[in-house]
Design a protein around this ligand. Structure first.
Ligand SMILES: NC(=O)c1ccc[n+]([C@@H]2O[C@H](COP(=O)([O-])OP(=O)(O)OC[C@H]3O[C@@H](n4cnc5c(N)ncnc54)[C@H](O)[C@@H]3O)[C@@H](O)[C@H]2O)c1
Length: 340
């Protein structure tokens, strides 16, 4: 699949990661960035280039890691012709894209995406960045990779919790843009949870197509791309205050936004219940104990806030998200009500 932007094209490939990398990297001066888990599982298949290995988890997505990687790049002798290949999930991709965007004012990069969440979402669209003091993605930029490789075979080793987390972003794309995709997931809960290969490929590629279409029309998130933040205002706050996975956190954020949509006279009760049962059946709605003051503070630091206003995504119906501007105070009241 090809994504066209004003100044660049990105290619998204589905298939055997190691065959594809051989073709795509030929003649390039490559440096790999991966995490310890992925390196342990797949390092023996990595193409033969220097590897910089980072730790795992959201806590690693901080400026200290960026600094460590840049010191390694200098030590290796990387220059403007170097190519950074991130092999890993959303954390590796977000950090690799950020380092590549700032190292020597920007060098080329690409991803082999190894989690469901990064294949359906994080590696596509050019958003990269890191957290500061636990505030999600508070620094970063939009810069497109040269390519993204999504090899569903790599997902066989993914722990269940991480796989389920990826389903959160997959369902998000269905909810905001594609009622038919929602129905396919709804009708195939057991095969989805069993990671049936053909179905998984179909779901990943449909999800990528949705994301590509939105990002192509609005690379800089001036309008339509904001829909992809559905569930993320509360979701990011839950993720950084509870340590729960990204997908589970944003599923709770989406469910709260669906309830608000219902209270605002948008989505109907039947759709609300379909969404709740899909999340529940996929294991995306565990009982979460939240500390409201901490959540409130995180929402206040959310980068979607503009002064006293915040852009918030609601659903008119399954497959149709809309963006609305709210006073921050109003959205905080509405969200707080969901937890009282
Ligand atoms: N840039 C974007 O547009 C965007 C969109 C959504 C999410 N994100 C970001 O993505 C991050 C979450 O990404 P994630 O869920 O992929 O988490 P992750 O990168 O932390 O990976 C989750 C875990 O799975 C392990 N892992 C990775 N691939 C594996 C494999 N094939 N087999 C076994 N284990 C494997 C990792 O080592 C890690 O422990 C968050 O920081 C989130 O903010 C970014």
């Amino acid at each position: 699949m090809e994504i066209k932007f004003d100044n660049k094209k990105t290619h998204v490939y589905m298939g055997d990661a190691w065959d594809l990398t051989k073709k795509l990297l030929s003649g390039k001066d490559v440096i790999i960035i991966s995490d310890i888990n992925v390196n342990k599982l797949y390092g023996y298949s990595f193409p033969d280039y220097p590897v910089i290995t980072i730790g795992t988890g959201e806590a690693v997505k901080e400026l200290d890691t960026v600094k460590t990687i840049i010191k390694h790049l200098i030590a290796i002798g990387a220059d403007r012709s170097s190519f950074l290949l991130g092999i890993g999930g959303g954390v590796v991709c977000d950090i690799t894209g950020f380092v590549a965007s700032v190292f020597m004012r920007g060098i080329d990069f690409g991803f082999i995406s190894t989690t469901l969440l990064s294949q359906v979402d994080a590696s596509i669209g050019g958003k990269n960045g890191v957290n500061v003091n636990g505030i999600k993605n508070i620094i970063g930029c939009i810069k497109q990779p040269s390519f993204v490789i999504c090899d569903s075979g790599l997902l066989n080793t993914l722990p269940d919790e991480e796989y389920i987390s990826g389903l959160g972003e997959l369902v998000k794309h269905a909810l905001i843009k594609d009622k038919e995709l929602f129905r396919v997931i709804e009708d195939n809960i057991s095969p989805v949870l069993k990671r049936m290969p053909d179905l998984l490929e179909e779901l990943i590629s449909k999800s990528i197509v949705i994301k590509i279409a939105v990002v192509e029309r609005d690379e800089m998130e001036l309008g339509e791309r904001k829909l992809l933040n559905f569930g993320h205002t509360l979701g990011h706050a839950i993720e950084s205050t509870t340590g729960l996975s990204h997908g589970i956190s944003i599923a709770s954020g989406m469910m709260a936004a669906v309830e608000i949509s219902y209270n605002e006279g948008l989505i109907n009760k039947k759709d609300v219940e379909r969404i709740r049962s899909l999340f529940t059946n996929l294991g995306l709605l565990p009982e979460i104990k939240i500390r409201w003051p901490a959540i409130r503070d995180k929402i206040f630091s959310d980068k979607k806030r503009r002064g006293n206003n915040i852009s918030f995504i609601l659903l008119e119906k399954i497959g149709h998200g809309i963006q609305k501007e709210y006073l921050l105070e109003d959205i905080l009241k509405k969200l707080h009500k969901q937890f009282s």
